[in-house]
Design a protein around this ligand. Sequence first.
Ligand code: GUN
Length: 299
Amino acid sequence: MSPSKSQAMLIDGKAIAQEITENLTRQVLQLKQNNLTPGLAVVLVGEDPASQVYVRNKGKMAEKIGLHSVQYSLPASTREADILARIEALNEDPSIHGILVQLPLPDHIDSAKVLRLIRPEKDVDGFHPVNVGLLTTGLRDQALIPCTPAGCIILAKRHRGEDLSGLEAVIIGRSNIVGKPIAQLLLQENCTITIVHSRTKNLEQHIARADILVACLGRARFVRGDWIKPGATIIDVGINRMDAPEKGPGKTRLVGDVDFDSALPVAGAITPVPGGVGPMTIAMLMQNVVTAAQRLSRR
Ligand code: GUN
């Protein structure tokens, strides 16, 4: 018999997300008994198939936990002014506590302008500059925090425990919706943070230092096992669809930004794709809607 090799712990985002949503279901029931039904409005513009799936899943989960949930599916040709008018109406609608505009928007729409119009208290994606500013200045208790980053922190703590102080965290990717807010959250957890990106020199040297590695660059199986520090916590945000001829003609599979098979014997813990970060994003969105409803009702 060959000696058994160590394998990374799998961080089961699906199970953790389920714990969170079950807890939220109880909270929503209580709020409803006090005449507060948290409401989420999702705006989808165009027919991007991936966005349609994400929006459908968000709507389904909202209904499952008992939220009031509405969806506006607008054609790709919708004028910017009409989207802005829809946001203004939702800002004023007392039955709506969370507004989410699915990204990306069609090219003729100024996304930043649309996101800026959402009332910050209803910005359950946490993309409004007010929420970005509150997070960056350490006032996260008053902010709404972006959902995927918030989920990543919970997943990292499942392996590392509550105190992440002093750990080296390396984030691959610098997007406004994932890389930058994750860096802010990890900084507030007292990690030493490095953000690496497409122009970074000696990428592998940075990655090799990471106690916590967050891959959010959007390239299938980019990070290889032999780049990783033994025992590291790997949070894989990537969702990439690849051809999978071994499953049959025309079949595809979802893979992360980390090469899972080569990472597994090296890492201390890793999030699978699917079933890692993805379910947590939706759970944190539901959490944000409940938080927004509670805050708005206290005003
Ligand atoms: N598109 C990809 N990720 C996201 C997200 O977290 N929120 C929104 N609104 N759109 C997205």
